[in-house]
Design a protein around this ligand. Structure first.
Ligand code: GDP
Ligand code: IMO
Ligand code: MG
Length: 427
């Protein structure tokens, strides 16, 4: 058993990463969120209570766990404080949380620009969460970003903000948007920095020390590999990389610590936002799955698009992220379907292919090829062990393992922490 485990979304996000992270957090010492920001919505259910986390790591409910928001994230301080207040009012007050001084800070102009750029793309929208994620990463890479540690140094922050506003106000003006006044923004973000000061530190130093002390570390990804800026369905992606390979850069640890990866996949597929989706369903089966799975976005409330499980996608993710194991989520949602399909390959212009084409032009033309399996009708939401599952449910899992060459070590049969079937201890 390894001392680290990476939780990777193996589809287009919302696979149940929050549930899996919270589940494994029971045996962990540290939980690290490594990319994305409050575009994520990770749902955790236990003791009859439901929580939706956005930027805060899913280990927050465990008082002994050290939670880290790493340098690869884009952090909106206003949203973090609101999230903490929500946790406090739900009685979650005993926790350990650290924020990287090198993480990018999401500023109010980022959200404004996110919305404006989406409007400009009339008819070609990405369907972003409008949280300013893309513009914040853009500023990071064009070197005009503000980092969380900057907020703690008055003079330095003043320079950084002046420098940023020089560009940002020009950009906002050109889009017909209101510009930002230095004094007001400076005062507001200095104050936010002061509130978060006790949590802001060099999290790479902290994390490396914990790893040297042999602590057990969970790396929690946001989004999914199909939304990866490099390996996803570009341009219909987010602006960071949710792969396991990005963990070392995003957290400041050596790659040798990232050797144990669990891919989290729904037993079917969903996607929220625009972009190609080869196994998408448009009939009453989509409606059935959407209603049973409560497939409405955690962050934006949008109905999620629904389709069959796609093993071309899972194999793409396995190759890129090196999946050692799979967690098969929302398995209970498939109950009651007479026949269940799994996509095993694509046809592109009449030719069989087993990979995800790089252009949207090609990907939107592929025809998914399926096998069909018999469904089951028994309620499985109370099933505690793999052996108790109906034969057809077991056959479905075996087929997924065969097609992805990856062991399904977790089968999730309901949103609650308790509704989790463990087939093998991996962490
Ligand atoms: P994440 O973004 O990957 O953490 O996933 P989300 O929280 O956005 O979406 C997953 C949704 O499925 C949440 O509403 C969970 O509570 C719910 N969920 C997770 N596992 C299961 C499961 O096995 N069965 C059912 N019915 N719901 C689940
Ligand atoms: P979790 O961590 C599902 C999608 C958006 C949009 C695209 C770009 O909960 O799985 P962005 O605001 O990131 O620039 O939007 O990415 N998206 C997600 N979809 N789950 C998420 O996170 C997502 N985060 C972003 O809907 O299509
Ligand atoms: Mg989500």
């Amino acid at each position: 058993m390894s001392n680290t485990l990476v939780v990777v979304g193996a589809q287009w996000g919302d696979e149940g990463k929050g549930k899996i992270t919270d589940f494994y957090a029971g045996g962990a010492d540290v939980v690290v969120r490594h990319q994305g920001g409050n575009n994520a919505g990770h749902t955790i259910v236990f003791d009859g209570k439901k929580f939706a986390l956005q930027s805060i790591p899913s280990g927050i409910f465990n008082p002994h766990i050290i939670n880290i928001m790493a340098n690869g994230m884009v952090i909106n301080p206003v949203s973090v404080i609101e999230e903490l207040e929500r946790l406090h009012s739900a009685g979650i007050t005993d926790y350990k949380l650290y924020i990287s001084d090198r993480a990018a800070c999401v500023m109010p102009y980022h959200a404004a620009l996110d919305g404006a750029y989406e409007s400009l793309k009339e008819g070609n929208q990405i369907g972003t969460t409008k949280k300013g994620i893309g513009p914040a990463y853009k500023d990071k890479y064009s070197r005009v970003g503000i980092r969380m540690g900057d907020l703690l140094d008055k003079e330095y922050f003043a320079d950084r903000l002046k420098n940023a506003l020089l560009e940002k106000n020009l950009e906002l003006k050109s889009l017909g948007l209101p510009t930002y006044d230095f004094d007001a923004l400076y005062a507001q973000y200095l104050e936010l920095g002061e509130r978060l000061r006790p949590m802001i530190c060099d999290t790479s130093v902290l994390l490396n020390r914990l790893i040297e002390e042999n602590k057990k570390v969970l790396f929690e990804g946001a989004q999914g590999v199909m939304l990866c800026i490099d390996h996803g369905t570009y341009p219909y992606v987010t602006s960071s990389s949710p792969t396991a390979a990005s963990v070392p850069v995003n957290t400041g640890v050596a790659p040798r610590y990232v050797n144990n990866v669990i891919g989290v996949a729904k037993a079917y597929t969903t996607r929220v936002g625009e972009g190609p989706f080869p196994t998408e369903l448009f009939d009453e089966r989509a409606e059935y799955i959407r209603e049973r799975g409560h497939e409405y976005g955690t962050v934006t409330g949008r109905p999620r698009r629904v389709g069959w499980l796609d093993t071309v996608v899972l194999n793409h993710v396995r190759r890129i992220s090196g999946l050692d194991y799979l967690a098969l989520m929302l398995f209970d949602v498939l109950t009651g379907l007479d026949k269940i399909r799994i996509c095993t390959g694509y046809k592109l212009d009449g030719k069989a292919i087993d990979y995800v084409p790089s252009t949207i032009n090609q990907l939107s033309r592929v025809e998914a090829q399926y096998i069909e399996l018999d469904g089951w009708s028994e309620d499985i939401t109370g099933v505690k062990s793999y052996d108790e599952l109906p034969a057809n449910a077991k056959a479905y899992i075996a087929k997924v393992e065969e097609l992805t060459k990856t062991e399904v070590v977790v089968v999730s049969v309901g949103p609650d922490r308790e509704q989790t079937i463990i087939r093998k201890d991996i962490f």
